[in-house]
Design a protein around this ligand. Structure first.
Ligand code: ADP
Ligand code: MG
Length: 242
């Protein structure tokens, strides 16, 4: 069974069609990179998967559950799909540890003691076991984003969505975030990643999607698509970001 299945998905904002009939199937364990010009609909596509946006036409099924289902279904989808944003979005008044504990307690009904243990394990996994007591403002951008990844993992998702996770970071801090993502990929997590880090996509991706004006123009092996872009549009895009 697919982890994510888009069938003729249309998404509009007012009269503007942002997603123009998307068909896309993602299998468990795939590491899918989504690239394309600004405004092409990448974030919207990602946000439809965990129902931060509602679709207008077609169907979208996540781990067997339709985004057109009940509120209970939607809550379930949000537990299956962890999301990491460009701007970290941590709770500023909570420590790193408390940020990671929050989801399991609120969404999964885990006890505080159990959530604390899980959060400590996850902070260790992202290399921040020493930073649990720090608030976001006391952490670097790269550290904050690693806390955000730990927080997303704490709800035990089956799928991770990343929307330009390194775009807000200084170049020297990107590596530590990419390293955590690489480890997750190697552990078999299903991932959909929007990024301009083309080298990373080539190394880590099992699949590359090129989005242009609301459609998926190319869908294939990252190394093949990047070494011999099959269209002028992709070639142009790559020239502009490299
Ligand atoms: P990308 O992530 O590829 O840059 P987005 O998915 O953010 O693209 O946006 C695609 C298009 O949809 C853009 O033209 C953007 O202005 C528009 N858009 C995105 N979100 C909204 C919204 N909430 N309301 C209206 N238009 C939006
Ligand atoms: Mg975007």
């Amino acid at each position: 069974m697919s982890m994510v299945q888009f069938s003729d998905v249309v998404k509009r904002f007012g009269d503007f069609q942002v997603l123009k009939g998307i068909n896309l199937s993602i299998d468990p364990g795939e590491i899918v990179f989504l690239v394309g010009p600004s405004g092409s609909g990448k974030s919207t596509l990602l946000r439809c998967i965990n129902v931060l946006e509602t679709i207008n036409e077609g169907d979208l099924v996540v781990d067997g559950i339709s985004v057109r289902g009940s509120r209970r279904d939607i809550r379930q989808i949000r537990l299956e799909a962890g999301m990491v944003f460009q701007q970290f979005n941590l709770f500023p008044h909570l420590t790193a540890l408390e940020n990671v504990m929050f989801g399991p307690i609120k969404a999964r009904g885990v006890s505080r003691a159990e959530a604390r243990e899980l959060a400590q394990d996850l902070l260790r996994k992202v290399g921040l076991e020493e930073r649990g007591g720090h608030r976001p403002s006391q952490l670097s951008g790269g550290q904050q984003q690693r806390v955000a990844i730990a927080r997303a993992l704490a709800i035990k998702p089956r799928l991770m969505l990343f929307d330009e996770p390194t775009s807000a970071l200084d170049p020297e801090l990107r590596h530590e975030v990419l390293q955590v993502m690489r480890t997750l990929a190697e552990e078999g997590m299903t991932m959909v990643v929007v990024t301009h880090e083309i080298g990373f996509a080539r190394d880590v991706g099992s699949r590359l999607l090129f989005m242009d004006r609301g459609t998926i123009l190319h869908d294939g092996d990252p190394k093949t698509l990047l070494s011999a872009p099959p269209s002028e549009r992709l070639a142009n895009f790559l020239q502009h970001i490299l």
